[in-house]
Ligand binder design. Sequence first.
Ligand SMILES: [Zn+2]
Length: 443
Amino acid sequence: MRMLRLWSALLLLTIMAWAEAPQFPPTPVAAQASAHFDAKVATDAWLARMTGPEKARSDAYFEGGYWLILWDFLYAVGVMLVLLETKLSARLRNWAERVVKAAFLRSWLYWILFSAVAYALTFPLTMYEGFFREHAYGLSNLGFGEWFKEETLAVVVSALLGGVALSVLVRLVQRLPNTWHIWGALFSTVFLSIGIVIGPVFIAPLFNTYKPLENQRIKTDILSLARANGIPATNVYEVDASKQSNRVSANVSGFLGTERITLNDNLLARCSPACVLAVMGHEMGHYVLHHIYNMVIFFTIVVVALFWILRSGLEWALKRWGERWQVRGVGDVAVLPVVALILATLGFFFTPVMNSFIRTQEFEADMYGLNAARQPDGEAEADVLLGEYRKMDPGPLEEIIFFDHPSGRTRIYAAMRWKAENLCLFDATLACTNRPVTVNDQY
Ligand SMILES: [Zn+2]
């Protein structure tokens, strides 16, 4: 599951915005363009749109997520230690060896068994996190049966694709015992990059239905915005995300010609046209600023470092406990729980770095979107709606460690700061300090 989540993070550079009211309430008075417009006051006015109980609920949900990072980590460590200490991992390997002759298929069969056991052992936590907790906060539209079906489908996809990756990696370790960490990193990077390309095209449609955007009015506006920003203007899709939740989101995914912009149906139903365009401007920012390529480069560096640490980590661990766990060596597929242990530990401590890398790109996309779509109020509207599941007003350190998108306050303030310099766009009687100048203007 962890691997699959990592993939989803890679596959989708996602902005998620939560819409609140279907009737698009007007911009708060203090945030409307006026001669005494003040970005700070306007930001507070937008933030005040959330009621006390709404804010408390969102804070509780999001802060609970901080603890889940820790519990997920500890639980994963526990499960992997059970697999090793009971020698279950070695027994699964032995069984796979008895049943299948071909080495490649043995690794694959082991991976399927490992996935099934890990899924079963982590199921209570997965169920709490993915189903009961989401329902407790009113954030899921899935019945238990549907939810379980999706979870199982995700495990099956991971069992098939992960099996290919694991089998190749095991082969690499066996064949190139001294340099496998280099080749392994290279293979993993290529494999993940292929995943980024095929994920949105082949995997995402297993869970949702994608179709070309139907609403022609908003499509015309989006295509105009896309043309103005030099984006191939044909790939705008709509996805039925309301199946899973009321989350409003959009994303830009793929690369090397598979790029596409997708809006979900919640966004179209629950967000004003200004809000939709603000979100689209943000997504186009990801596209124009090559965020997917940046992500691939970032992951390449991370994967190379990871394999280097993995090599020494595995050698160290197997020297001490290899015999006890009946793991024959680094090239033995039964070593997988040790790999998972090391990856979980690195991933846990890497969380703030990962979050900060993504958050920085998200803020860049916000800045790009403001300039492209010129919808600061639409941006603020989306940000307030995001507040249904993301804490709006955290401390600075809290934002750095736990936020993979800027907080509501940070984003709304950036939008209002932009608006303060461009007031004439919203009220023709007001001056724009960021005024459109011509060559005939004098300084
Ligand atoms: Zn984004």
